[in-house]
Design a protein around this ligand. Structure first.
Ligand code: PLP
Ligand code: MG
Ligand code: MG
Length: 604
């Protein structure tokens, strides 16, 4: 709720909404938005009014914010603004005010409460603007007042963070409508109290946290208090931080703490419809990242990236089909191994692991060999070589050849649109650029290509694409036990990539790569792949010529500084590899470069 004029803060809020007052290094409202997304909230709706252009700018920065403006903000109260937001509210939601600073623990307390409607209360704040709360005998919200004398037994002070169902919101809006004439400036607390006492379905439980750290900022005095409480909030939140390890191996990648914490959730049987909602949401959001709305279906499997590769190779080729596989690294070679196990009709186009493909020779082979299917790795993680997938898939499309792409280490960093790039099937996994936990494999399918699979032979059981797809369509369940907690982490990872955007994520990864590149050049080290053919996601560095060089020693030194690095994977070149994917920053790569420099110095 951010519509108000904030008149008690005088000149500070004449041309700016209250929420934009900075505490620490961000505006209050931005802290709040970040905490909400980190707590697993998928979408933030802001009810605006006064100086709403500030919120328009905020919404441009955060794609998951939707704005609803209360045009009558000067003549209505907070309930008027809340009523304007009703059309955007899809289900259960948290209701907050824009002028709050608070410990994020309050959000998880409300999210974990068994009561569907819960109002957060604290012990005494002595803020001078306390809203006192009274509960009924069952502990539900009954009455509020700034005048302590009007309240019976004190149930706590109102914080301004509440969890509500959509049904309760509808009842509140109806209450406002019925009382508009007598109370045009109704605050939402008034509607909440009335609805809470109107019947069991909408009762609002008061959850009191005696020592909760929070402040609302309505005047200069509150602002001074908020600035004192802010460091205590930061400290409390920092106590929940997980020890930082920067993984410079090519996945599983470093994850945010919010992704780690997303796995700590209530037990749930995955056959419950709520979990069906979670998987459906994950599938829909992943599909939107891979192609145009409505064109792509994402099929989820429990398994690693190789499972998704095996799903595609075993499920997407009819007995009459003929497959050409490009092998220019370990993962192309793995495709060929899988095709061999299933005894498919296939050939391999072998190419250097570190030099760009001979595209013309490959095209000629596709045509002359009468291939019906084409499989290639988008980004060969073996060396960091980026293959020209759009160009080749375009060619395949023109010649009616079905395309099967391993985008395990490309998806969610390299911009991909399966429609414009003519990719029919594409594999990826939860633990690379998407920055989730290992354990979920996904296959993206262009809808027309997917429909053809229903007539194809079923060569295996667990990994069959058509069966898994069909079953989920019918039941909103996977055929076999899904990795429940890993899927919750993936859900959080998707919230986070929607916030960052794929484009900015790749820019961040590239900035990390630039740090590495500058260091490598400065140290006189050589890279295996020419920079123009590199993905900028992983770099294979040729081992230094010094006889004293030892990968294990470098690895162990890096680990003592919190960095994990990876050995090379080519039989014909001695390299080590530095990836720059995951929740990492360029400053961290710069620190790693220093560690590498120190090690290199020690060799002389
Ligand atoms: N394909 C590519 C391009 C990869 O980079 C990887 C793993 O690094 C895989 C497939 C295999 O994934 P997993 O190890 O999860 O089975
Ligand atoms: Mg206020
Ligand atoms: Mg107040």
């Amino acid at each position: 709720m951010a519509g108000g004029l904030g008149t008690r803060l005088k000149d500070k809020t004449v041309t700016m909404p209250k929420g934009f007052i900075g505490i620490g290094d961000l505006p209050m409202v931005e802290w709040s938005v970040q905490k909400l997304f980190a707590a697993g909230i998928e979408e933030v709706i802001i009810g605006t009014g006064h100086c709403d252009e500030w919120y328009q700018r905020l919404a441009e920065q955060y794609p998951c914010i939707t704005l609803f403006k209360n045009e009558h903000y000067a003549e209505t109260g907070s309930m008027g603004t809340l009523a304007c937001c009703v059309p955007g509210v899809k289900g259960d939601f948290l209701l907050l005010e824009s002028d709050l600073i608070y410990d994020a623990a309050g959000l998880s307390v409300l999210i974990n409460e068994p009561h569907p409607n819960v109002l957060l209360a604290s012990g005494p704040t002595q803020s001078g603007d306390e809203v006192y709360l009274e509960a009924d005998t069952a502990g539900n919200f009954k009455k509020h007042s700034k005048n302590r004398a009007l309240i019976g037994d004190l149930a706590g002070e109102l914080v301004g963070i509440t969890r509500l169902t959509r049904d309760t919101l509808d009842k509140m809006a109806a209450y406002m409508k019925a009382h508009l004439a007598d109370e045009p400036k109704m605050e939402y607390e008034t509607a909440m109290a009335a609805v809470s006492q109107s019947g069991d379905a909408n009762r609002i439980f008061i959850r009191k946290l005696e020592y909760y750290l929070w402040r609302e900022v309505d005047d200069e005095n509150h602002l001074a208090m908020a600035k004192l409480i802010y460091p205590r909030i930061k400290e409390a939140e920092s106590l929940r931080a997980i020890r930082r390890e920067v993984l410079l191996n090519p996945g599983p990648a470093t994850t945010s703490d919010s992704v780690k914490y997303a796995q700590v959730c209530p037990d749930i049987c995955p056959r419950e419809s709520e979990f069906g909602d979670v998987m459906e949401w994950i599938g829909r959001e992943l599909s939107l990242m891979a192609g145009k709305p409505g064109h792509v279906e994402t099929v989820l499997f429990g398994g690693s990236g190789t499972a998704a590769d095996e799903v595609m190779i075993s499920s997407c080729i009819p007995d009459s089909g003929k497959l050409l596989i490009v092998d220019n690294g370990a993962y192309g070679a793995r495709f060929a191994k899988i095709a061999g196990v299933y005894e498919l009709n296939f050939e391999v186009f072998k190419s250097s692991g570190f030099l760009p493909l001979d595209i013309e020779a490959l095209k000629a082979k596709l045509i002359n060999g009468k291939f019906t299917h084409f499989a290639m790795v988008y980004h060969e993680t073996t060396t960091g070589l980026l293959n020209p997938v759009p160009e080749l898939c375009h060619f395949c499309h023109e010649h009616n050849i079905t395309t099967i792409i391993d985008a395990v280490s490309a998806f969610a960093a390299i911009p991909i649109d399966m429609d414009t790039d003519h990719i029919d099937f594409m594999a990826s996994t939860s633990n690379k650029n998407i920055q989730g936990m290992a354990g979920v494999a996904f296959v993206f399918c262009r809808k027309e290509a997917l429909e053809k699979l229903k007539d194809y032979p079923m060569r295996n059981y667990y990994l069959n694409l058509w069966d898994q797809y069909q079953y989920f369509q019918k039941t909103r369940q996977t055929r076999f036990t899904p990795p429940v907690q890993t899927l919750y982490a993936l859900r959080q990872a998707i919230i986070e990539i929607k916030l960052e955007t794929i484009e900015k994520r790749y820019a961040r990864y590239s900035a990390c790569w630039e740090e590495l590149l500058a260091g490598v050049k400065k140290m006189g080290l050589k890279m295996l792949v020419p920079p123009e053919a590199q993905s900028k996601l992983i770099t294979a560095i040729i081992d230094p010529p010094s006889p004293a060089y030892n990968f294990e020693a470098l690895h162990d030194l890096a680990r003592t500084h919190g960095f994990t690095i990876y050995p090379g994977k080519l039989s014909d070149a001695n390299t080590f590899r530095i990836a720059d994917i995951g929740d990492i920053r360029p400053e961290e790569m710069a620190r790693f470069v220093k560690v590498l420099e120190n090690y290199m110095g020690s060799l002389k």
